[in-house]
Design a binder for this molecule. Sequence first.
Ligand code: NDP
Length: 331
Amino acid sequence: MFDALLITKPESGYRCELAQLDEAQLPASGDVTVRVDYSTVNYKDGLAITGKSPVVRSFPMVPGIDFAGSVTHSDHPDWKPGDRVLLNGFGVGEVHWGGLSQLARVKGDWLVALPDSLSERDAMALGTAGYTAMLCVQALQKHWAEAGVAAGSGEVLVTGAGGGVGSVAISLLAGLGHTVVASTGRPQEETYLRSLGAAAVIDRNELGAPGKPLQKERWIGVVDSVGSHTLANACASTRYGGAVAACGLAQGMDLPASVAPFILRGITLYGIDSVMAPMAKREAAWGELARTLDRAQLAAMITEIGLADAIPAASQILAGQVRGRLVVNVK
Ligand code: NDP
């Protein structure tokens, strides 16, 4: 028997609770069993646990879009008992039982070998949010390399700065020598955001309302986890030839923008998806995180909670009340 969160959808309602499950109940479609050490609460887990968006498409469901742990049993040629692994996405926690559980059975093709220098806890301190931040930063770096833009030659905007993607993006970009401007709705977190490397902090209301199609050119690049008017304004104020990496929708799914920044300033909008990203991209992102992330800054981003605490935490993350990252110790 093992502990897991379990989402059920009775005739009326939607419920998530801590349950005791039998190993025989794990999905037969998986070919590797993993003893999970740590998982996390990402924004999408918040949607799944509360049922606020139809993220979960099969019931009953164990939520948790990511986890890190060790293989206990494998019918997959690439993995053997004792291997340290992590997983992000691939529909885990949505259509396939996920990581907010002491045991998981998944497809071996979805697993990434945990880099030697990353502990299971550090891997989930980063979690899907941190890995997505790295995908955003790598898209910008590739763009800047091709465009001949040097670090420090202009400001980089990070929106949703106090959240998981935003916090990791600030740390990564500042570590690369960029001048990072953090946009937040929580001015009380200015000291925290500066400790991660932000050079300046702006009020998210400056970007959150309808704006002009073209605005003063400011950013050489943007990491946006917010969407909606914020993303439209970020595009409208990106410098000629600059780039925006869009990964989130914390403000909204809409994009009330014009083509002006694209056709008059040649800016590029990169869509960032972590869920179905190819394995080579995942391994490159995790390898780079293991090599470059400032561990002291990572420690400052984390709040560690237990499995049952993930249920109330789900509502808090959707309300924008979580600073940095929630790492779940499932042991
Ligand atoms: P968090 O909740 O940790 O961070 C989101 C942040 O956005 C909040 O902390 C808050 O920052 C800001 N925010 C919240 N509500 C609003 C609002 N109404 N208007 C403007 N800003 C707001 O979530 P994550 O960092 O885990 O995820 C961020 C986004 O990225 C989510 O939409 C998530 O679904 C998406 N995502 C996408 C992935 C992909 O594969 N494309 C993978 C991972 C995440 P502050 O208080 O500082 O303003």
